[in-house]
Each structure stands twice: as structure tokens, then as C-alpha cells.
Design a protein around this ligand. Structure first.
Ligand SMILES: *Cc1c(COP(=O)(O)O)cnc(C)c1O
Length: 450
């Protein structure tokens, strides 16, 4: 009975997969936050290294992974793909459940896949210092790790609610040499304005992005890096799906449904894009399901509109599924999923009807996480547990209908830094947040006019 499907280093993909080459139609343009005109490479140059900007506009289906990046990937990649025999048994389902596990990286999630690449390109272009934001602390730790490998300074604006919920994520970033401040902070205009408006603000990813961008554009030696949402981030994550395809080919199965949780959309895209690409090229077909929190449901309840990527309106404007850039999501424990928008590429695919979306309440997420931890052993990140909840739903549907089906989901990270949240759940202190309809309605009145 095979449980763990491993690859050798020689079977690791040598290139990232660029879904732009296979899209039935290109996504809408990204616009300048001040002029409202389509962005060109020169507009992005103050923020990102040129190599990443060029990846945003590349038409090539495959983009080679630079050797120094590949060398670091090899420290924990290829990551394992598991058949969840024990979970299947507990669920008493005829479905076959597979999961790709990204928690084996030093930072404990998929995020180093892009952090390593982004830090490498910065170092190549002579950058000395990086600013960024982090929600749950996963991206901040991944980037701290990456900056440490490449000798870059790193300043992280960490959403305040997570800063207090997850002090050990901060420790981890500091171990790798980064400087961490709670956002909203006193270090930027955006942060000071937010504190003035509400001294008890919990912060949000959107606001932390505003702070990190403001800090970056004030210094010549600094670039701003982002751990999700952008096309090049999704691109770097496709190593996950490419490995998973090779691993699935070593079994007798092919997934009927591929599932990932979505905050900004990168681990979902990383897993599904290579499978979706095959489907778009006329090959084997699967369903694709994005899973988001009921408290921050940008795909299932948001609208598809042009909106700012950040709260202060300094970041580029993109067409995406959004709850409004001023929306401050409730302080759910899956901090990595508290983002008002969605990756423009994922939004585009959703709009074209090529992928599905569903939303789950946080107590159901933790119930699923425990079912998983008590069968498979791995303690999942609360973010990843959204994907588990949807996978369990699919397995239960298979049981009801008596139909066999093969399910593949992304276990994007482990939950070793989320034990506070697990504690709250085990003590019955975790609440569900109703979908904050009025707050979203209000936030949607502030969309940019384009
Ligand atoms: C950050 C994070 C997410 C959400 O981000 P995406 O870009 O949507 O993948 C999901 N899972 C884990 C473990 C994370 O760290």
C-alpha cells in the first residue's frame, strides 16, 4: 500500500510553468494607482527587481529556475506527496485522497519557493535592503530565511493581530536576522494615520503592504517584495504542481478534483496551474476548487472589479475579486487568508469559469484540522486546513453517492506556530464570524474610479 510518493532530485522541474502561455484570453491590464493608466515595466522598477518585472510580461511557457535558486530548493525539495490512507479510513470514503506537503521547508510553508527566487534576483541587481509585510508571519519568515541566504537586510511589517497571536513567528524572523515591527506602526505615514484613526486597529495585510511600500520607495537601496497575489509569485509556486503531476504519474490515479486554500492565491495557483495548463492544452481534465474563509470571502462574496492592492491606495490597481481595499477582515486565526482581494490571475480564471470557489467557517476548519492531525499525524496550518475541510467535503460526497473519485489537495504548511489557535479551539473558545456584509458594502463604496 503506497503512502508516500517521492521524487529524486533528478526528477525536479528545471523551470517554472507560466500559465500566460496557455490562457484562452489575457487578463485585464494592471493600472497605475495615480494615473489609472496601464502599468509599464518602468513604473514597477522602484519596487521590484527588473528580472521579476520581466517575468510579469513573459510569454514563454517555461521560465528556467536559476541555478543558485535550484540549489537552495534542493535543501527540502522535491516535497513529498502522500496518499491519505488513514484519513480515508476514518472518513469511510470510497474516494482516494492525496496531498502535497509543503511544510517541509525551513519556514514551514510553500512561501520560500518564491522568497528564495525574489531575494536572489534582488541580490543579482545590487539591492541591499528589502521591506515587506506579513500576515500570519509565514511570508515574513520565508523572506527572512531567503534574505539571510543572500546577505540582504530585511524589515518586516507584521499585522498587529498576528504579532500578538504569534510571538514565535516573530522570533523566527529575528533568528534569521530580520527586523520586525507591528503594523500599524509609527514608522510610516500610512501607519501613523491608521493609529490616529483607531489606536486599537488590529491591522490588515492591505495596510501592512502600504507601510512596506512607503518605506521602500523612500530609499534607493531598498526593494519591496510580496509573498502572494502577483503573477511572478504564482509562477514560482508552480514547482509544487509540476512535482505533484510527476508524483501522480507514479500512481495509477489522476485527480478528479484539485483543491487549495486561498489568501492571495499563490499556493492554490502553484498546485493547480500545471494541471489546468494540461486541460487548457486539450489534455486530461480536472475540477479546481479554491477555499477561503467565510469571514473574508473575496471570491464567493466579493465583486470582480478594479481595486487597489493595498489599503492606502499606493499599490497598483488590478481587476480582481475584492471586498474593497479598505475592508478590515475579522481577526480569524488563519491570518494568512485575511486579504481583501485575490490574485488577478486566479480572479481571471474564476471569471472565465475555469475554477470554482467555496467558503468555510473557522470552527469547521479546526474540526477538519483535528480530524487530519488525528489520522495522518501532521498538524496543519489553519490556512491549509481550509483545503482539508473542502477535501473532506468532497470525500463525504463520494461516500453519499457511492462514486469513486480522486482528490488532491495542497497542505501548504504545518501549524507548529499556531498552537495558540489550536488551544483556543480545544477549549471551546473559538468563534465563527458571520460574513461582515455591512462592512463589505461600505468598503465597496471606496473602489477607485477607472
Ligand atoms: C500564506 C499562506 C497561505 C495563503 O497564501 P496564498 O498566497 O493564498 O497561498 C496559505 N497557507 C499557508 C501555510 C500560508 O503560509
Amino acid at each position: 500500500m503506497e503512502t508516500k510518493i517521492v521524487l529524486s532530485e533528478l526528477e525536479m522541474p528545471q523551470a517554472w510553468y507560466n500559465i500566460a502561455a496557455d490562457l484562452p484570453e489575457p487578463p485585464p491590464p494592471v493600472l497605475h494607482p495615480e494615473t489609472g493608466q496601464p502599468l509599464g515595466p518602468a513604473d514597477l522598477a522602484p519596487l521590484f527587481p527588473m528580472a521579476l518585472i520581466m517575468q510579469l510580461v513573459s510569454p514563454e511557457r517555461y521560465i528556467p529556475i536559476p541555478e543558485p535558486v535550484f540549489d537552495i530548493y534542493r535543501l527540502w525539495r522535491p516535497t513529498p506527496l502522500y496518499r491519505a490512507h488513514r484519513l480515508e479510513k476514518v472518513l469511510d470514503t470510497p474516494a482516494k485522497i492525496y496531498y502535497k506537503y509543503e511544510g517541509t521547508s525551513p519556514a514551514g510553508s510553500h512561501k520560500p519557493n518564491t522568497a528564495i527566487a525574489q531575494a536572489y534576483y534582488c541580490q543579482q541587481e545590487g539591492v541591499k535592503r528589502i521591506t515587506t509585510e506579513t500576515g500570519a508571519g509565514q511570508w515574513g519568515s520565508a523572506l527572512s530565511l531567503a534574505c539571510n541566504y543572500f546577505g540582504l537586510e530585511c524589515k518586516v511589517y507584521m499585522v498587529k493581530v498576528s504579532y500578538h497571536q504569534k510571538p514565535y513567528r516573530r522570533s523566527l524572523m529575528e533568528i534569521w536576522g530580520a527586523q520586525v515591527v507591528a503594523s500599524p506602526s509609527e514608522d510610516t505615514n500610512a501607519g501613523r494615520a491608521a493609529l490616529k484613526a483607531n489606536p486599537n486597529a488590529l491591522g490588515s495585510l492591505g495596510l501592512a503592504i502600504s507601510e512596506a511600500v512607503e518605506d521602500c520607495v523612500q530609499r534607493e537601496d531598498t526593494k519591496y517584495l510580496l509573498g502572494s497575489v502577483l503573477d511572478f509569485v504564482l509562477l514560482h509556486q508552480t514547482i509544487i504542481g509540476q512535482e505533484a503531476m510527476t508524483q501522480m504519474s507514479k500512481t495509477a490515479d489522476f485527480p478528479d478534483v484539485v483543491i487549495g486554500c486561498v489568501g492571495g492565491g499563490s499556493n492554490f495557483a502553484g498546485l493547480i496551474f500545471p494541471f489546468l495548463g494540461e486541460k487548457l492544452r486539450g489534455g486530461r481534465s480536472a475540477r479546481f476548487v479554491a477555499v477561503e474563509p467565510e469571514a473574508c470571502p473575496s471570491m464567493t462574496r466579493g465583486i470582480y472589479a478594479f481595486d487597489y492592492g493595498d489599503t492606502a491606495g499606493m499599490a497598483p490597481i488590478a481587476k480582481m475579486h475584492t471586498l474593497g481595499h479598505t475592508f478590515e477582515p475579522p481577526g480569524i486565526h488563519a491570518g494568512g487568508l485575511r486579504y481583501h482581494g485575490m490574485a488577478p490571475l486566479v480572479s481571471h480564471l474564476y471569471n472565465l469559469g475555469l475554477i470554482e470557489a467555496t467558503a468555510v467557517h473557522q470552527t469547521k476548519v479546526f474540526e477538519s484540522a483535528l480530524t487530519f492531525a488525528r489520522s495522518e499525524g501532521i498538524v496543519p496550518a489553519p490556512e491549509s486546513a481550509h483545503a482539508i475541510a473542502a477535501a473532506i467535503d468532497e470525500a463525504n460526497k463520494a461516500k453519499e453517492s457511492g462514486e469513486a473519485r480522486t482528490i488532491l489537495f495542497n497542505l501548504s504548511g504545518h501549524g507548529h506556530f499556531d498552537l495558540g489557535a489550536y488551544d483556543a479551539y480545544l477549549r471551546g473558545q473559538l468563534e465563527d464570524y458571520a460574513y461582515p456584509e455591512d462592512k463589505v458594502k461600505e468598503a465597496l463604496t471606496h473602489l477607485p474610479k477607472v
